[in-house]
Design a protein around this ligand. Structure first.
Ligand code: DC
Length: 209
């Protein structure tokens, strides 16, 4: 059990998943992709024909599903690793993520998952540095230009990425924002190895102070 957490936030395509996964690997820590959790709940709602805008119905789905993110994303035992990145889910997930009841249940799960890890956890999302782990060992905010972020998201395209950014940053419930004490890294044109080294170095400096 460990309370060591590196919290990483940033908009879609800023490199969070790739960087967070690589930092976890470099340190021998666990990795938690919280966006995959919101996406998996969205998949389940779409599969059950639940209206994703129905806050109470979505809260029930979120509260009762069994979720795993590693080694594969599953919901109630169904593998949704590929389905979570499809267009219907891209379109619906911002609505689900704006539901405060869904967020409450995801945040509780995220804290439980991190607390159960043997060494430490690298957790990435939108509200990790501000709401889920405001006392994290290290907080990082990743950004990149919209063009580069859209290019990294491939088929999703600039418009969809920009639309999701707007929805995630302007919603009432835990909008994406920079924590005042987060290390801000612009990943535009930088390689993953470089960014990972900077984060690991920063962690070591924080831990030795
Ligand atoms: O990082 P991603 O694109 O897989 O995230 C999917 C959606 O979930 C995105 O619209 C933002 C939202 N999200 C969130 O609101 N809070 C998180 N901690 C993680 C993701």
């Amino acid at each position: 059990m460990s309370d060591l957490v590196i919290a990483i936030d940033g908009p879609a395509g800023s490199g969070k998943s790739t960087v967070a996964r690589a930092v976890a690997h470099a340190l021998g820590w666990s990795f938690l992709d919280t966006g995959a959790m919101y996406r998996a709940v969205t998949c389940e709602a779409l599969a059950r024909g639940v209206d994703v805008a129905d806050e109470a119905a979505m809260a029930t789905v979120a509260a009762h599903v069994t979720l795993t993110t590693l080694p594969r994303v599953t919901v109630d035992g169904r593998d949704v690793e590929d389905e979570i990145r499809t267009e219907p889910v891209n379109l619906a997930v911002s609505i689900v993520a704006a539901n405060p009841l869904v967020r409450q249940s995801m945040v509780t799960r995220q804290r439980e998952i991190a607390a159960a890890q043997p060494v430490g956890t690298v957790v990435e999302g939108r509200d990790i540095t501000t709401v889920v782990f405001p006392e994290a060992t290290l907080k990082v905010f990743l950004t990149a230009s919209l063009d580069e972020r859209a290019a990294r998201r491939g088929e999703e395209g600039v418009d969809s990425v920009a639309r999701r950014d707007r929805a995630d940053s302007t919603r009432e419930a835990s909008p994406l924002r920079r924590a005042d004490d987060a290390l801000v890294l612009d990943t535009t044109g930088r390689n993953v190895k470089d960014v990972v080294e900077e984060i690991v170095q920063c962690l070591k400096t924080r831990q030795s102070n």
